[in-house]
Design a protein around this ligand. Structure first.
Ligand code: PLP
Length: 373
């Protein structure tokens, strides 16, 4: 099976399984207890925190370990909400773990503004500029779109915040960017950033929230006060340690180069078929969208799986729902959206796999067209 749904999740490195097992069965101690064994585990967690900060290019701030990016996004946004008369800005391209919080804030009577996407799938900066003011408390958008691979101009968003909304925090959901595209939080200038280990070959259910300062947000769950009081509950030590193994194994720049090359090889093959259109948003090389003229994306997905290739239909959380809010927002028609599949690569695939996948996609498309006509 050739797996081309790596934006949905990735296969965990076998080294992570070894680490996981060690910290689940050997060094299984509670990092908050007082024994020397516990102090050792606590120190190991602190080491991972430092490694995360290093990989994020952070010179200040810390990382709060969470149960994945959905939780990180909830902590960042709900933790920043104030009772006063503030405004909250989100993009229309957000993952449900951000978008649905925005909707519920709106239902709670908060002033929530949604910025549209431009034709390149990026946050529309002109629209954003018109929405920001001194009452803006938070701007939350993603770094890389999980649906299209488009990369937002976060530096420009931060510059607009600095100029027009000095009281606002900038949070980015960097799930599809962290450990995939080179960036640093210092260069971007963001206040908070969410990430998730299972998107970079670590375990599922583990992630983190970078915060420039612990004072920026309040906790959203009460308990024993772990993670500087911002995320109570015993840390998932085996998961965090396994995430470190993935962090230390990955060479972001090398992988970026490799995936760019693999994507080009794949696209050169797929582009030879008339009815298949590649939507390349010139963003992350890890993600792109294919449109299959005259065949539903969902039909292609099932037929492809039969033929040995797994692709995606956009975010797993939205895949079962009709339509695609993000492509719709960019301006694609219903027909185009229905005919779309998401293709997402990982850096450890080889050339022959992507060539084979390209050929199978073309053959399957022809097969489906024949069946439908
Ligand atoms: N944000 C984005 C952009 C994602 O792609 C995903 C996963 O699909 C999430 C958030 C949620 O991450 P997790 O599965 O770690 O909760």
């Amino acid at each position: 099976m050739i797996f081309l749904d790596n934006a949905g999740t990735t296969k965990m490195f076998s080294e992570c399984v070894t680490t996981y097992s060690h910290f689940a069965c050997e060094e299984f101690y509670n990092p908050s207890a007082v024994s020397r064994k516990s102090a050792f585990v606590h120190a190991k967690l602190e080491e991972v925190r430092r490694d995360c900060l290093k990989k994020l290019g952070a010179l200040k701030g810390t990382v709060i370990f969470t149960g994945g990016a959905t939780e990180s996004n909830n902590l960042a946004i709900k933790g920043a909400v104030k009772n006063d008369d503030y405004e909250y800005v989100f993009s229309n391209g957000e993952h449900p773990s951000v978008f649905n919080i925005a909707r519920s804030l709106e239902n709670d009577g908060k002033v929530v503004r949604f910025v549209g996407l431009d034709k390149n799938g990026k946050v529309n900066l002109d629209e954003l500029e018109n929405m920001l003011n001194k009452r803006t408390k938070l701007i939350s958008c993603m770094l890389v779109s999980n649906e299209t691979g488009a990369i937002n101009d976060v530096k420009k968003i931060v510059a607009l915040r600095n100029e027009l909304a000095p009281n606002a925090l900038v949070h980015i959901d960097a799930v599809q960017g962290f450990m995939k595209i080179p960036f640093s939080v210092e260069d971007l200038g963001v206040d908070m950033l969410s990430f998730s280990a299972h998107k970079f070959h670590g375990p599922k259910g583990v992630g983190g929230l970078y915060v420039r300062s612990l004072q920026l947000i309040k906790n959203i769950i009460d308990g024993g006060g772990q993670e500087y009081g911002l995320r109570s509950g015993t840390e998932n030590v085996p998961g965090v340690m396994a995430m470190q193994t993935a962090l230390l194994k990955i060479d972001v720049k090398e992988n970026f180069k490799n995936v760019s090359r693999l994507k080009q090889i794949f696209n050169d093959i797929v582009a030879t078929e008339n009815g298949i259109k590649i939507l390349d948003f010139h963003g992350s090389p890890y993600i792109e969208v294919l449109l299959f003229s005259g065949v539903k994306g969902e039909t292609m997905l099932h037929a492809l799986e039969e033929n040995g290739v797994i692709v995606g239909l956009g975010s797993a959380c939205s895949a079962k729902k009709a339509g695609n809010r993000i492509l719709e927002n960019i301006g694609y028609s219903k027909e185009e959206i229905i005919s779309s599949c998401r293709i997402s690569f990982n850096a450890y695939m080889n050339e022959s796999e992507v060539k084979e996948a390209g050929k199978i996609i073309i053959e399957t498309y022809r097969e489906m067209l024949k069946r439908l006509n």
